[in-house]
Design a protein around this ligand. Sequence first.
Ligand code: UDP
Length: 366
Amino acid sequence: MAQYDYLIVGSGLYGAVFAHEAKEKGKKCLVIEKRNHIGGNIYCKNMDGINVHYYGGHIFHTSIKKIWDYVNQFVEFNNYVNSPIANYKGELYNLPFNMNTFHQMWGVVTPKEAEIKIAEQRAVIKHEPQNLEEQAISLVGTDIYEKLIKGYTEKQWGRTCKELPAFIIKRLPVRYTYDNNYFNDRYQGVPVGGYNVLIENLLKGVEVRLECDFNKDKAKWKALADKVVYTGAIDEYFDYKFGELEYRGLHFEIEKYDEANYQGVAAVNYTDAETPYTRIIEHKHFEFGTQPVTYITKEYPADWYKGEEAYYPVNDAKNEALYQQYAELADKEPNTIFGGRLGEYKYYDMDKVIDSALQLVEKKLK
Ligand code: UDP
């Protein structure tokens, strides 16, 4: 008999939700975490009373009522609505692409005028969009593509828009209304007191060991439990036997300013190709902070090298095919379940991660 029913590798949202549910169902769980803190990439560090989203800004949004009710059991969410500003060489535009953006770009006032403008520009695309560039132009035309999409996207992904899949840009709403809400989802907010409250409450009563790297001694860790829920990178679990999956990396530069309000909004996207960072996050605005100081994070996209934190899976055809090979191996590991952004190599939003963990619970923990 192993000491634990479940060893959960990684204390991000997927691992924390699974651990909570398994504990509730009487399972003995051990969560191990490679870093020196819990929460994965939603971890916040409190600095002068401001919850700094340490691995980049996170805004919770969902249309799934079950998931909204679920997270609200653990923490209260505020009424933050994400409305980022795009800065293109000093010109400011509202995001996502909506009537405000169209007015700022072309001076159009009515939805009909905006539709005519976009229809003219979209005419260059004569077939079903095959890549992100064609998809973007067919959604919003060439001007918005050139000023607000091309530079940002190519910096973020380190690839040209012609090489990227169309679905990435479909994440963003395009609206013919004067509505700057970045998301279409019914429910949205940021946890009052930061994301750590959510993670800490999920993991209440669960044994957690920090600074333990599963992949450094797989056999030792596996021997501790009947089953493993693994939320790390799937290729690392299999010692990269088919080769390395590619990820996109990020570097963050946190700066403190002795002023109450640095940029007047939580997120400003720098959409030109030359500015080396993609966005500046001013954390206090996520919680309507009134502190006399402020913290900002500049987010620099970066090539990713083995051993660094992986942020975004690169879901192009080559990497998808490689992932499928690993997924087939994973199916043959009866006692290990692979989950989350890295375990499933999927560009998951937070609500989808929770949904996926709860589906696993349904399947495995009846
Ligand atoms: N995007 C863009 N311009 C922007 C913001 C986003 O072109 O100002 C595109 C870009 O291709 C990006 C995608 O939309 O990869 C998704 O952006 P989102 O903000 O949803 O990404 P995340 O917050 O997950 O990094």
